[in-house]
Ligand binder design. Structure first.
Ligand code: FMN
Length: 160
């Protein structure tokens, strides 16, 4: 059972990209980073803050994170946030009508969570046809992405 009051629930299966971000967020927020598939609804009870994140797979978060969000209910004024890593820039995809965070956001909102913030950065992607060319977003998350993740955590702790 997870006992820390701030939890980062994440899945990272492709290159460990999201794990790097999850660990930085956990450090900055004094939270515990846990595998989303191991998190139970009971663990969430009493948490003050939970972040949910993974890589983006076919336009949405990994199934393990979506399943985790689906079973979590906000019974204690728990704050939630969303994060992701993706081969393509989130803002650009969103501007073109593909919102990678949409499904996870919908599940969390229907579980009664208020979304305090959302963070996304690029993550090295070598899926399928991208592999022979070395993939895209090579080197990401990079130092700049990590600094942005830290700044995001700081804003979560000290909202304007
Ligand atoms: C099967 C598969 C599907 C993917 N689909 C997308 C996608 O739809 N959009 C995108 O921007 N990146 C996509 N990616 C890239 C991953 O989101 C990216 O590499 C992410 O950083 C992986 O995170 P992880 O290493 O923590 O698992 C895909 C990668 C794989 C392996």
């Amino acid at each position: 059972m997870v006992t820390r009051n701030r939890i980062i629930a994440y899945t990272s299966i492709h290159h460990g990209n999201t794990r790097r971000v999850a660990e930085v967020l956990a450090d900055s927020l004094e939270a515990i980073a846990v595998d989303a598939s191991a998190l139970t609804a009971r663990d969430v009870d009493g948490a003050s803050l939970i972040g949910f994140g993974s890589g983006i797979f076919f336009g949405k978060h990994h199934q393990a994170v979506l399943a985790c969000a689906e079973k979590c209910r906000n019974s204690n004024d728990t704050k939630a946030f969303i994060f992701s890593t993706a081969g393509f820039p989130y803002a650009l995809a969103r501007a073109f009508g593909s919102d990678f965070h949409k499904d996870l956001r919908r599940l969390l909102v229907s579980g009664g969570f208020h979304i305090e913030g959302e963070f996304s950065c690029r993550g090295h992607d070598t899926y399928g046809l991208l592999r022979p060319i070395g993939g895209i977003a090579k080197g990401h998350p990079n130092a700049d992405d990590i600094e942005k993740a830290k700044a995001f955590a700081l804003r979560l702790m000290n909202p304007a």
